[in-house]
Design a protein around this ligand. Structure first.
Ligand code: GRF
Length: 191
């Protein structure tokens, strides 16, 4: 049986990370076993750290604040990921702009809470809600040197009703994220 190894990078609550532990970790798809072997967080107080521990993986904490130069942080990040010899790196709420050193050396996918190419960058949920867009959703894409600009792997949307609150709108987006991120990983690693 082939096993493919995954690294998950996160910065905050880690609900996507937890969803990946539940849906794909140590599970077999199309004859390929997927295993999360590295989790890494750039914020030492992130709630996602406890979630990772709950599934038996002690996260590597790599605080970006300790690296005045973005390039040095990325160099260390790439070094850690390479040392774990993973097949894919998943950015699950990893709030960092990555340098070409990362994008050239690491095969990575990212989950973004909008229907790309709309609303790239930070605060995408808020921006799309305030824009009055009639459809919203989430996208999984390959990571390249352009922020939220790599090839789209999967994308799914929902129709917004006129009376939808911000909370409902955001919850719908997260629900889609929890559906399409595992699917996209399975697609990239097993098909
Ligand atoms: C997600 O909405 C993701 O799309 C965005 O950051 C959020 C992370 O949430 N980039 P969580 O840490 O997975 O709960």
């Amino acid at each position: 049986m082939i096993t493919k190894k995954i690294a998950v990078l996160f910065s905050g609550s880690g609900t996507n990370l937890e969803n990946l532990f539940l849906k794909i970790h140590n599970k077999t798809f199309n004859g390929v076993k997927l295993e999360i072997t590295l989790t890494l967080c750039n914020k030492k107080n992130a709630p996602g750290i406890a979630k990772s521990r709950r599934y038996g993986i002690e996260p590597v904490i790599l605080e970006h604040s300790e690296y005045p130069e973005r390039a040095d942080f990325d160099k260390k990040l790439v070094e850690i990921i390479k040392a774990h010899e993973v097949d894919l790196c998943v950015l699950a709420g990893f709030m960092r702009i990555l340098t070409p050193h990362f994008t050239k050396n690491v095969k990575a996918v990212n989950i973004h809470p909008s229907l790309l190419p709309l609303f790239k960058g930070a605060d995408a949920v808020k921006k799309s809600y305030e824009s009055g867009a009639k459809e919203a959703g989430a996208s999984v894409h390959f990571v390249n040197e352009e922020l939220d600009g790599g090839e789209i792997i999967l994308q799914k949307g929902f129709k917004r009703t006129w009376d939808m609150s911000y909370e409902e709108y955001e919850a719908n987006i997260h629900k889609i994220e929890y559906e399409i991120l595992p699917q996209a990983i399975v697609k990239v690693l097993t098909q």
